[in-house]
Design a protein around this ligand. Structure first.
Ligand SMILES: Nc1nc2c(ncn2[C@@H]2O[C@H](COP(=O)(O)OP(=O)(O)OP(=O)(O)O)[C@@H](O)[C@H]2O)c(=O)[nH]1
Ligand SMILES: [Mg+2]
Length: 297
């Protein structure tokens, strides 16, 4: 029996036989059901989107975490272990992933949830933060919090230790992100990872305004970068010995001259700066940070 034979199984499946009709009906009914189950299961099994809170000790990270979680401020003490909490976006703030939903969509009424991970800022405990950057679980962004009132004394340079500490920490985080992104370039383009520099404690009159926090950090990171380069050169490793093409050891392009946050765009890391205060005589002002989170959720 060949396939052209009217009795062959292929011909009988094509023909208007009761068997062919019932198989076709079965397929039409089960395929959408199967696809639905497949897609539905794969979206619900993923973990919640998360944001990482890093920054020097005393910046106000834990204070922000408690404010976001409970809606009010509570006493904090120096953190020693990382802590993750589930936070809901305020209903007034709309997540970017819901921008095409109708205003009447019932899922808009539900709060959009995410995980906020606090890390200790103490110099000896920063490995917790670095670990979280290296193996991110559905990481949507990093919030680097600084105490803007602490950085204001004097200008940038040797005298301003808080600024130097913050810049060094931020430099290391950005370098880690840059390495992560250049490493993954071989398989596919690195996913964009936004970084927010949250200038906190703007309620204090000594606080540096956010645009100045940005420039102060940029110029201090330039110093950190060039002193790291000198350290490497002094140790006998020349620029040419380092395989810069493979994996950049220098933050930003080339590593010379002035560092600017815009140099991170090249490796898909968008750095933005926004100010606010968790505490304050009047009340907290964290609107810009909520908006940034919503814009990346
Ligand atoms: N004036 C003022 N004080 C603040 C503000 N935010 C936080 N603080 C205070 O800053 C201090 C340090 O805050 P924490 O949240 O514990 O700091 P942290 O960043 O978690 O520090 P580590 O856990 O050591 O990394 C606390 O006494 C807070 O009350 C703010 O916006 N304004
Ligand atoms: Mg803390």
């Amino acid at each position: 029996m060949t396939w052209t034979d009217s009795q062959s199984w292929a011909s009988s499946l094509m023909g208007p036989t009761p068997l062919a009709v019932s198989i076709a009906i079965l397929l039409v009914l089960t395929i959408p059901l199967f696809l639905h189950l497949l897609i539905y299961r794969s979206t619900t099994s993923t973990t919640l989107p998360s944001f990482l809170l890093v920054g020097p000790s005393g910046a106000g990270k834990t204070a922000l975490l408690t404010l976001f979680e409970r809606g009010q401020h509570a006493e904090t003490r120096t953190s020693q272990v990382p802590l993750s909490v589930e936070v809901s976006l305020p209903v007034s703030t709309k997540a970017v992933s819901s921008k095409y939903r109708s205003v009447n969509d019932p899922s808009n009424q539900a709060h959009k949830k995410f995980l906020l991970a606090d890390t200790p800022g103490h110099g000896k405990l920063r490995h917790h933060a670095f670990d979280s950057v290296i193996k991110p679980q559905n990481l949507k962004g990093i919030i680097f919090m600084v105490d803007a009132a602490d950085m204001s004394m004097g200008t940038s340079g040797a005298g301003n230790e808080p600024l130097h500490q913050a810049a060094e920490y931020l430099h290391d985080i950005l370098l880690l992100l840059q390495k992560r992104s250049t490493r993954s370039k071989t398989s596919k383009a690195p996913r964009e990872l936004p970084v927010l520099i949250a200038a906190n404690k703007l309620d204090l009159f000594t606080a540096l305004p956010p645009p100045l926090v940005k420039t102060a950090l940029e110029s201090e990171i330039s110093n950190v970068r060039s002193s790291r380069a000198t350290g490497l050169l002094d140790s006998g490793i020349g620029m040419n010995d380092l395989d810069i093409g493979e994996e950049k050891e220098w933050l930003g392009n080339g590593g010379d001259g002035k560092f600017e946050f815009s140099q991170m765009d090249e490796v898909n890391i968008a750095v933005s700066v926004a100010g606010g205060n968790v505490l304050g005589a009047d009340e907290s002002d964290v609107k810009q940070w909520w908006d940034w989170i919503a814009g990346n959720l």
